[in-house]
Design a protein around this ligand. Structure first.
Ligand code: ADP
Ligand code: MG
Length: 434
């Protein structure tokens, strides 16, 4: 458990944190969702409290492992001392220079309909940095695998060429480093570092919005790398054009290479992800529990993973079997919480089908009876309103070749909503269930 938390926090922590500070900590117990951590001395305790505890706790919550950490200085338990000594010596093997999370690999990434293109593009870029698509711009909602793919690109490229200079940063970290470098009169170093990368991965670029001087600096970094045929990979929670308060010249550069998106995973992909994660944890998970999770945590992979982790943790801590009944009890709050999260086209189709007494197959078929056509248009309208999917994506989810069908549906339902109470009723009901 603790190792997972540390691994998942590593990219968010300053370089070296794990080696210097965290390797010496020993988890003792977990009570009321709080992990008790044994630390060697008061100095380390204060450092961790002030600098890393919040990040670690956030990761814990993200993973569904509980809510907090409590630090305790030296229990004098010899076995723990021994363990601690071993951990301190063990070298950090991977990901130190480039800030890559060792768990985020292509081999641990499950490919499905929702992420196939983003995955293929990432692999192409990792195989031949600077040559395939430059920049590669990956966008999609939170927890759908953007960061995972970016790290995977880094690992893969490094595997092919160990001398490659690979750098992964969040745009926030990029901004902070820039600010610090300006304060300390070290901008030359900052530039030298970023402008000599072979592969630069900048995550969550939407946070550059409104930060003009960072954008200016990034603009030059971008040009210098791109001119030198060095690979740039960017991620964002929305497509380039929709990032507000970002200079046009940057937006247009973001679109130079390939813009690809990741959608919420469909049911089959959710099952595949859960199965893979359970295998990875070496934890036998009954099929009906996997199905239950895939059904009830519908949108975001981070939450899906958090739910799985929670189930494993609860089963271990309570020494109870993993059954659907126990799972639903353990996940009471998560399930309620995620139902408010981002909405998938799949979910909308399911709910509309239910509401109109059709099947999802009816909605996605080419049947044209007026009732089915209306239900289909309502579903398309709701997809437009409640998802960030493009017309093409919605169209293809309904097996329509021509995305103007979606546009037409949207206009028609907007019209009907003005004076057709039945349509309004259906839309309201569906929306309340999303
Ligand atoms: P984002 O950066 O889009 O918010 P992350 O890359 O942080 O999302 O992914 C959230 C979690 O879900 C991570 O633990 C990641 O490993 C996992 N994840 C996302 N997509 C997949 C996938 N296709 N296969 C396996 N794990 C995935
Ligand atoms: Mg991310």
């Amino acid at each position: 458990l603790w190792q997972d938390i540390v691994a998942a926090s590593t990219p968010k922590l300053p370089d070296g944190t794990v080696d210097v500070w965290l390797k010496t900590c020993v988890p003792l117990s977990m009570e009321d969702e709080v992990i008790l951590l044994d630390v060697a001395n008061d100095f380390i305790k204060v450092q961790i409290q002030n600098r890393f505890q919040k990040i670690l706790e956030d990761t814990m919550k993200d993973l569904g492992y509980g809510k907090g950490l409590k630090l305790n200085v030296g229990t004098g338990d010899n076995r723990k001392e021994q363990e601690r000594a071993e951990r301190t010596i063990k070298p950090e093997s991977q990901g130190k220079v480039s800030g890559l999370n060792p768990n985020y690999l292509f081999s641990s990434f499950v490919v499905g309909k929702s992420n196939r293109l983003a995955h293929a593009a990432s692999l192409a870029v990792a195989e031949s940095p600077g040559a395939a698509y430059n920049p590669l711009f990956i966008w999609g909602g939170v927890g759908l695998g953007k960061t995972h793919l970016m790290h995977a690109i880094g690992h893969h490229a490094l595997q092919n060429d160990r001398n490659l200079k690979v750098g992964y940063v969040s745009s926030e970290k990029f901004t902070n480093e820039l600010i610090t470098s300006i304060k300390n009169n070290r901008t030359a170093e900052f530039r030298a570092r970023y402008r000599t990368m072979d592969l630069l991965l900048i995550d969550d670029i939407q946070f550059l919005a409104g930060k003009e001087s960072t954008q200016e600096e990034f603009f030059h970094t971008f040009n210098s790398l791109h001119d030198g045929k060095k690979q740039i990979v960017l991620s964002s929670d929305r497509p380039p054009k929709d990032i507000k308060s970002i200079e046009d010249r940057l937006v247009s550069r973001f679109e130079w290479g390939l813009v690809t998106d990741i959608q919420s995973p469909d049911y089959e992909t959710r099952i595949a992800i859960l199965t893979k994660k359970a295998e990875f944890r070496n934890y036998p998970m009954p099929e009906d529990v996997i199905n239950y999770l895939a059904q009830n945590v519908p949108s975001n992979i981070r939450e899906l993973e958090g739910a799985l982790n929670r189930v494993i943790a609860c089963a271990e801590l309570n020494s109870e079997p993993v059954t659907v009944e126990n799972t639903s009890e353990w996940l009471k709050d998560i399930v309620r919480h995620t139902s408010k999260g981002p909405v998938s086209i799949d979910l909308i189709q399911q709910i509309v089908a239910e509401e109109c007494s059709f099947t999802v197959e009816d909605l996605t078929s080419s049947k044209r009876t007026s009732e089915i056509a209306l239900a289909r248009q309502i579903a398309m309208f709701i997809c437009r309103k409640h998802t960030e999917s493009s017309l093409q994506q919605i169209g293809s989810a309904f097996n329509k070749k021509d995305h103007t069908t979606v546009l037409h549906a949207q206009k028609k339902i907007e019209q009907l909503l003005l004076d057709n109470a039945r349509v309004k009723g259906i839309v309201d009901n569906v929306e309340s269930k999303l």
